[in-house]
Structures are given as C-alpha cells and as structure tokens.
Design a protein. Structure first.
Length: 137
C-alpha cells in the first residue's frame, strides 16, 4: 500500500514531495562525495554493522522512483562511517541536538584562540556526561 500525501491547492505533484526525498538525496550526495563505489560502501557497512548489506540494497535506497526500499535507521552510523560523511546523521537529528552540535562546533572554533575555551573543549571531549542519580536529564 502506497501512502499518498495531499498537495496544497495549485501545487504540482513531483518526486520532491515524497517523504523520504531528502534522505535519498543525502544518500546519493554522500556516496558521490566519498568517491567509493556502492559495492565498496556496502562491504564496509556489512563489516561495521555485522549485517548483510549489498550494492543492490544501496541502489534501492537511493532510487528516485517510488520504491519499497526504505533505509533502516540502524544503518545510519555504518553508512556515515563508510562514506566518511555525517550529512545523513545531521539530516535525521532533531533541532535540539542539531543546536548542540552547532554549539560544540562553535566552541571548538573559539578554542583555537582562547585557552579557557580550549580547556573546556578538552574536558567536554573526554567522556559524555552521565546524569547523577536523582538529577533531571
């Protein structure tokens, strides 16, 4: 069963309206930037994830046409490692997490020139903060 999305009045139907169009586009762009072929990426993902991944699966996940092949969320880390690109991870993270990533990147940029910021950045990079018992997340 295919889900149809309602278009606004006067809006033309196109592949850009598919709910996973952005995801497929990011997958294609990341593959292109990696300069690796899809078989090599699939093989690297297979080793990272410990699951069967094939070139045909990647072809299906990146196809322009409507396809039943949907990219599994648990493939994201393996794919990003294989292509050496975090664009897909950035696409799927929510606004709060995206803001925290931008904040961390800004801190690292400032740390190049400010010793206090450099110390803070090193401290934050050591290990993730774990909530204390009874504290709020």
């Amino acid at each position: 069963m295919h889900t149809r999305f309602k278009l606004r009045e006067g809006e033309k139907s196109s592949k850009e309206h598919a709910p996973d169009f952005s995801l497929r586009q990011v997958l294609r762009d990341s593959i292109r930037r990696s300069r690796k072929d899809r078989a090599q990426i699939a093989e690297e993902m297979k080793h990272t994830l410990g699951l069967k991944v094939s070139k045909a699966m990647l072809d299906n996940y990146t196809a322009d046409h409507d396809t039943k092949g949907k990219f599994p969320a648990f493939f994201i880390d393996g794919f990003c490692r294989a292509v050496g690109d975090d664009a897909l991870q950035r696409l799927v993270m929510g606004p709060r997490l995206a803001g925290l990533v931008r904040l961390g990147e800004a801190l690292l940029a400032v740390a190049e020139f400010d010793p206090k910021a450099a110390r803070l950045a090193r401290r934050l990079q050591r290990r993730p903060r774990t909530p204390r018992k009874g504290s709020r997340p």
